[in-house]
Design a protein around this ligand. Structure first.
Ligand code: COA
Length: 424
């Protein structure tokens, strides 16, 4: 039995943020019924295609373990089918542009009329306020949530990160909101609205930067390397390059081969507790006792110089050799791993974090499996559905249509081609 077995999700999501959320719920055992427009489907099915006529990796990697039904929700019969789904399901998850669901006739009041136990969960770009009607994509959220202004180097422009904190990050937040609402429903019997705004999600992940904004009122941020380099702070938290963000100074250092390998680097942290061991490996034993280096406060104005000296040592080792030497000494460090290295890493395959999946039209591909492991509810990754693959199955098994009623629904043109779907 899976943790969320028996929970039915009406998955009205598209692109990345919403699908990330429902994919997680599906991995935890929920029955995820993805509603898509007949003949069109989630726009990402056709985006960034690498194999002609096959669903893109963008789509397949965000929609595992789901079923797909195609319904034209603007058609009167399509609305009828959707109403049945609302009555049947526990959670509706959507990330349409603001107002789209109301225009479709399925706003919160109507949902409550149809099913008072329904949890209606939405991702939107912004919460209530001046920008609530805006359409938002990943990088807009990174920029408006405080990430871009604090990412990058001091002398460079604001920078977006490779981690999809706006989309996938907000999807994670929404998933937590949904299971929490399900838990509350156990006691109250009532559904509720769950909103995860992308700006809020990014700001939550940038919490330590709002911390620093307030510390700035009380003096310079001494752990920022900018301080050591004698550069004054402005009014807002600056971009801090590869500074650690915490109380233990850290930086990215070159390793052997850096001249030709863009990822021959290591993240190195000069944790106070292991300062002596660091001095020994970089052959600076005198820094252990030297008043100018012996304590963390004494080192604050020399951080850049200290990392330059450590780098002279790391440049003589590969990033993995640095790990091998530092780990036994409890010196925290981490090699910069490329996507190629991660894709090939056996330990990630062993844990199911990287999984190979087979797909009928694209063949085998790699994906990231469930990043959260439940001992009593292990996640098995199954391929994403073809467009409308489960239309007939859902109409009959979940919604109970049959005989003439099923013929009427299919004949209306409001659902996808069920015979084709069944054949697939
Ligand atoms: N049948 C008929 N119509 C359907 C349908 C179906 N099965 N599914 C969706 N539609 C319609 C919607 O009703 C809407 O129509 P309307 O605008 O006439 O009311 C339309 O499709 C498009 O929806 P929309 O969400 O506006 O798509 P978009 O491609 O224009 O915008 C986003 C994409 C992501 C910018 C937008 O959805 C958004 O801002 N979402 C919230 C924030 C978010 O999640 N962003 C990150 C995405 S990773």
């Amino acid at each position: 039995m899976k943790a969320l077995e028996g929970v039915k999700i009406l998955d009205f999501t598209h692109v990345q943020s919403g699908p990330t959320c429902t994919q997680l719920l599906a991995w935890f055992g929920a029955d995820c019924i993805k509603v898509e427009r007949p003949g069109v489907g989630d726009a990402t099915r056709g985006q960034l295609r690498d194999v002609p006529d096959a669903d893109s990796l963008y789509f397949t990697m965000l929609n595992h373990n789901k079923r797909s039904i195609t319904i034209n929700t603007k058609h009167v019969t399509g609305k009828e089918v959707l109403e049945r789904l609302v009555k049947e399901c526990d959670v509706l998850v959507e990330n349409f542009a603001p107002g789209a669901l109301d225009r479709m006739g399925f706003g919160w009041e109507r949902i409550q009329e149809l099913n008072p136990r329904m949890i209606m969960a939405s991702v939107k770009g912004f919460g209530p306020g001046p920008y609530e009607d805006c359409k938002v994509y990943e990088n807009v959220a990174q920029c408006t949530g405080g990430s871009a202004s604090t990412t990058g180097f001091l002398d460079g422009p604001p920078t977006v990160t490779g981690s999809q904190i706006g989309d996938s990050g907000t999807g994670l937040h929404l998933a937590l909101g949904i299971v929490t609402a399900l838990y509350q429903r156990e006691k109250t019997g009532r559904g509720q609205k769950v909103l995860a705004a992308m700006q809020d999600g990014v700001l939550n992940l940038c919490r330590v930067k709002l911390r620093d904004q307030q510390r700035l009122d009380h003096g310079p941020l001494k752990e920022y390397s900018q301080h050591g380099r004698g550069i004054e702070f402005g009014e807002a938290v600056p971009r801090a390059g590869n500074d650690s963000g915490g109380g233990q100074p850290g930086w990215i250092l070159k390793c052997k081969g850096w001249e030709t390998d863009p990822n021959a680097y290591v993240y190195f942290i000069t944790q106070a507790a292991v300062w002596g061991a660091i001095c020994d490996i970089i052959d600076k034993p005198e820094w252990k006792e030297d008043e100018g280096y012996a304590t963390p406060p004494a080192r604050l104005d020399k951080i850049a110089q200290i990392f330059d000296t450590i780098e002279e040592w790391t440049k003589t080792k590969t990033k993995f050799e640095v790990m091998d030497i530092c780990n036994p000494l409890n010196i925290p460090c981490g090699p910069i791993l490329s996507m190629k290295e991660l894709a090939e890493e056996p330990s990630l395959r062993d844990t199911g974090t990287v999984v190979e999946v087979d797909h009928p039209t694209r063949g085998k591909y790699l994906t990231v499996g469930c990043p959260v492991k439940l001992s009593d509810s292990p996640a098995e990754v199954t391929r994403s559905p073809l467009l409308g693959e489960h239309t007939e199955e859902i109409l009959t098994d979940v919604l109970g249509y049959g005989g003439e009623e099923l013929d009427r629904i299919v004949g209306s043109g409001a659902v996808g081609d069920v015979n084709k779907a069944a054949a697939e």
